[in-house]
Design a protein around this ligand. Structure first.
Ligand SMILES: [Zn+2]
Length: 248
C-alpha cells in the first residue's frame, strides 16, 4: 500500500511527509519524557525530595544535609518543622555587641522527646538537627545497647560568645552564633548515668552506646567532635551545623 501511495506522490511531497512524521515522533517522545519526569517529581517520596520540607519524624537519609542547609534563612519553615515534630519551642534572638556573636533568629527549646534540663538556645536549623539526632539516633541506640530508655540529657551549653576552644585569639566558635551544642552525658531510666568523660572508649554497653550516638550524629550535624579529636573534648561531644565536614 505504502509502495503504491509513494508511487503516486511526487518526491518532494514524499520528503515533506517523512519530515512531518519524524517531527511528530520526536514531539511524542519528548512529551512522554516530560510527563514521566513531572509525574516522578510530584510523586517522589517526600523524604528523598530535595525541595519538599524536612519532616523531622522521617528517618535521616543522604538528602537530609541538603534539606537542613535549606532551612538556613527560612525561619518560618524551620519553626513549622519543629512544631510539626511535636516539640515545643519559642522564637528567640540574642543581640550581642561583639562582632560575630549573637543569634538573629533562633529558638528556645521548651520540650522535646527527652528532657534537656533547659538552656537550649540554638538557631532553628541547629535545633532541628538536635531533635533529629534525639529521635532517630539516641532512642534507637539506647534500645540496642542499654535495653532502657534515655530519660534526660546532660549538656554543657549552646550559645556562648567565644573563640574555638575558649582561646584568647583565633577563629570564632560555632557557639558564638548559637549553631553548636556540647553534649556531656545521658541519664537512663534504670538509674545509670552515662557520661562522655567516664565511658568514652570503654568496652561496655555504655561505651558502645556513646560510640553509636557519636557516629549517628555525623550526617545530621555538619561537624561532630568528641574525645578522640582533642583534649578539649574529653568530656563532651561538640555538635555544630555551621561548617561542614568533620566527624572525629
Ligand atoms: Zn562545643
Amino acid at each position: 500500500m505504502t509502495g503504491f501511495l509513494s508511487g503516486l506522490l511526487s518526491p518532494r511531497l514524499r520528503r515533506a511527509l517523512i519530515r512531518i512524521g519524524r517531527i511528530a515522533r520526536l514531539t511524542l517522545i519528548t512529551g512522554l519524557v516530560v510527563a514521566a519526569g513531572w509525574f516522578a517529581w510530584l510523586n517522589f517520596p517526600a523524604a528523598y525530595h530535595p525541595f519538599k520540607p524536612l519532616d523531622l519524624r522521617a528517618a535521616p537519609n543522604f538528602v537530609t544535609p541538603f534539606k537542613l542547609r535549606r532551612l538556613h534563612g527560612a525561619h518560618g519553615v524551620c519553626m513549622a518543622a519543629v512544631g510539626a515534630s511535636g516539640a515545643t519551642a519559642r522564637a528567640e534572638s540574642i543581640v550581642s555587641p561583639t562582632p560575630g556573636c549573637g543569634m538573629e533568629k533562633g529558638l528556645y527549646l521548651q520540650q522535646s522527646l527527652i528532657p534537656w534540663g533547659g538552656g537550649i538556645r540554638l538557631t532553628c536549623p541547629a535545633a532541628v538537627a538536635l531533635l533529629m539526632w534525639e529521635r532517630h539516633v539516641v532512642v534507637a541506640a539506647a534500645q540496642e545497647h542499654l535495653g532502657a530508655e534515655i530519660t534526660r540529657f546532660h549538656h554543657l551549653g549552646t550559645y556562648a560568645c567565644r573563640n574555638v576552644n575558649n582561646a584568647a585569639a583565633g577563629r570564632i566558635s560555632g557557639h558564638a552564633s548559637a549553631n553548636a551544642i556540647d553534649v556531656a552525658g545521658f541519664g537512663v531510666a534504670d538509674g545509670r548515668r552515662i557520661m562522655v568523660e567516664d565511658h568514652w572508649g570503654a568496652d561496655s554497653d555504655e561505651g558502645r552506646f556513646l560510640a553509636a550516638v557519636h557516629r549517628g550524629a555525623c550526617g545530621i550535624f555538619a561537624t561532630v567532635l568528641g574525645p578522640d579529636y582533642n583534649r578539649q573534648h574529653a568530656d563532651h561531644f561538640h555538635f555544630e551545623t555551621a561548617a561542614w565536614g568533620m566527624c572525629r
